[in-house]
Each structure stands twice: as structure tokens, then as C-alpha cells.
Design a binder for this molecule. Structure first.
Ligand code: PBG
Length: 326
């Protein structure tokens, strides 16, 4: 029987962990991980986030201490979210030179000039109403007016030292507007990582507690995508690429592995997947209750995202899993 002589058979290759590792198709690399952080005003602050166990809101000094681990583990970069001191209708702290993200950028770049720092561009953390844009008297988000603000935020982050701009607001035309504004200010080499397929998802719930950005009225369904759709993700991604996005994203990741696969097949571009707060907290909570083994579950979750086609994984588990991979 010919099969008796065939040595390249999957079952045999799984007989030892070294053999299995040798033929593995997908493996995780910390250099492809992005770790998100929440940064807040003050000093000596490392405040636990209730809905996201083992995650914290950091003041800039404390964040810098934490980032030593990020660079030592060879994590690809960080994604910054601001928790501002001041909220108003126009989200003015988001484009103020002294905004919390601007302070953090300058502080981080002083100590870690080579660390890739991505800044989320959106108004929801900064507006008193908690929506991702400027709202009119009837409570509707004004798309075109919002674009002006998003461009201002993006340029102000670039000036403060951001390496990549990541718009998450989901207004139409934002990538083009931000690209033009960056170019006009001389930031031609700052790439845009666009949240190109961002679904309206219940898995963002813990984040909204962390960043205190729940909408005070209505929801985000008018500007985030319906999870019943997948062709729409192709269309949205195409539009963002046409407008000048350098990297694209699928968010959330775990319930959207089909979307990650489809987008990677359709567009051979750097693709990030955002393993969002709810995906993180589900595993944390179940592990704390003893229902799951955290190490194994976290590794499996991130590997599945990579296997689906993500090049870059944004995850609150980045540090944890990078340590497991040592
Ligand atoms: C802001 C933003 C959100 C997330 C990232 N950027 C919240 C939202 O859109 O409601 C969620 C990330 C997470 O859940 O980890 N627009």
C-alpha cells in the first residue's frame, strides 16, 4: 500500500510538539500585536477598569512605566484612547494641544521614540452627549461638519508625535478629509489605519465603561454597520481604500472571523482585526470563575483571528499572550 510509505501525513506530524510546531500553518508574533491603553489626567494613577479585569486607566507617568514591558516583549505598537478631564458639545479636548492624548504622545515619545503609537480619532470620548460626531438640535449626527473636527484632531495628534492615525468615528468621507489635512500640514508619511468595517456591536460595552463614552441618547446604529451584513464590509473597505487608507480593519474580531477572511481575500492590504473589550472580558470573566483556562483560551482566540487572515491583531490580551509566547 502506497500510503504506508507516505511519511507526510498530518497525524504522524502531530506525534510530538516539536514536529507539530514545525508544520504549523499559523503562529503568533508579538511584533504583530497592538496593545490598547486608556490614558487619563493626573499623576500616579493606575485605576482598575471594572468591566475589564486587569486593565487600567493610566496617568502618563504610570503609562510610561508600563510601556517598558511593551517594548521588552517586542509588541508591535500601542493604541491610545483618551479619558479627558473636560467634555463639551464639540469635544474640544480632542484637538487641544494640551489634550490628554497629546500630553501622552509627547511623554511617550520622549522615553520611547521608536515605539509605534497609534491614536484613535473619534469624538465620542470627548463629547458631552457621547456621540462620535457633532450633533444637531434634533440629536442627529452632522456628518460633514464632523469631518472638519476629525481632520483637526488627526493633525493635532500628528503634531504631538503620533505614528499612525486610526479614525474610528465611521463618518462618510473621513479618510479623504483626514488624508488631505495631514498632507497639507506636511505629514505625508503618517499612515491612516481606517476602522473600515466597524460593526454596531454589543461587544463594545466594557470599553464604553472604560472610556466613559456611552451615548447619552440614541445609539450608534446610524453610523456603525449592521452585523447581519457582510457584502457591505467589502463596499466600506473599498471606499476607505479609494479615499487613501493605508491599513484596513475589521472590528470586532471574534464573531466576525468570516468578515476578516472575506476582506483579506478581497484586498491584499495590511489588515488589522480589533479583538474588542467584550471579547477580552468574556474570557477574563469565565477564567476567573474557573469555567475556562485563560492561557489556552486567549492563545486560541488570537490564533483564530490570525488564521482567518488578520495581519495585525489589536487586543487587550497582547501583553498577556506575548508573555506566554516567550
Ligand atoms: C470609539 C471606539 C469604540 C471602540 C473603539 N473606538 C467604542 C464604540 O464605537 O462604541 C470599542 C473598542 C472596544 O470595545 O474594545 N468610537
Amino acid at each position: 500500500m502506497i500510503s504506508e510509505y507516505l511519511s507526510i501525513r498530518p497525524r504522524r506530524l502531530r506525534t510530538s510538539s516539536n514536529l507539530s510546531r514545525l508544520v504549523r500553518e499559523v503562529s503568533l508574533e508579538p511584533s504583530k500585536f497592538i496593545m490598547p491603553y486608556f490614558v487619563t489626567h493626573g499623576k500616579f494613577i493606575k485605576e482598575p477598569i471594572k468591566t475589564m479585569p486587569d486593565q487600567f486607566r493610566y496617568s502618563v507617568d504610570e503609562l510610561i512605566k508600563e510601556l517598558k514591558h511593551v517594548t521588552n516583549l517586542g509588541i508591535g505598537g500601542i493604541l491610545l484612547f483618551g479619558v479627558p478631564a473636560h467634555k463639551d458639545e464639540l469635544g474640544s479636548e480632542s484637538y487641544s494641544d494640551n489634550g490628554i492624548v497629546h500630553q501622552a504622545l509627547r511623554g511617550i515619545k520622549d522615553v520611547f521614540p521608536d515605539l509605534i503609537v497609534i491614536t484613535d480619532v473619534c469624538l465620542c470620548d470627548y463629547t458631552s452627549h457621547g456621540h462620535c460626531g457633532i450633533v444637531d438640535d434634533r440629536g442627529y449626527v452632522k456628518n460633514d461638519e464632523t469631518l472638519e473636527y476629525l481632520a483637526k484632531i488627526a493633525v493635532s495628534y500628528a503634531k504631538a508625535g503620533a505614528d499612525i492615525i486610526a479614525p474610528s468615528d465611521m463618518m462618510d468621507g473621513r479618510v479623504r478629509k483626514i488624508r488631505r489635512a495631514l498632507d497639507d500640514d506636511g505629514f505625508i508619511n503618517i499612515p491612516i489605519m481606517s476602522y473600515s468595517s466597524k460593526y454596531s456591536s454589543s461587544f463594545y460595552e466594557p470599553f464604553r465603561d472604560a472610556a466613559d463614552c456611552s451615548p447619552k441618547f440614541g445609539n450608534r446604529k446610524s453610523y456603525q454597520m449592521d452585523y447581519s451584513n457582510s457584502d457591505e464590509a467589502i463596499l466600506e473597505t473599498q471606499l476607505d481604500l479609494d479615499e487613501g487608507a493605508d491599513m484596513i480593519m475589521v472590528k470586532p474580531a471574534l464573531s466576525y472571523l468570516d468578515i476578516i477572511y472575506k476582506i483579506k481575500q478581497a484586498f491584499k492590504r495590511p489588515l488589522a482585526a480589533y479583538n474588542v473589550s467584550g471579547e477580552y472580558s468574556m474570557i477574563k470573566a469565565a477564567s476567573k470563575l474557573g469555567y475556562l483556562k485563560e492561557d489556552a483560551a486567549a492563545l486560541e482566540m488570537l490564533t483564530s483571528i490570525k488564521r482567518a487572515g488578520a495581519d495585525i491583531i489589536i487586543s487587550y490580551y497582547s501583553l498577556y499572550v506575548a508573555k506566554l509566547l516567550l
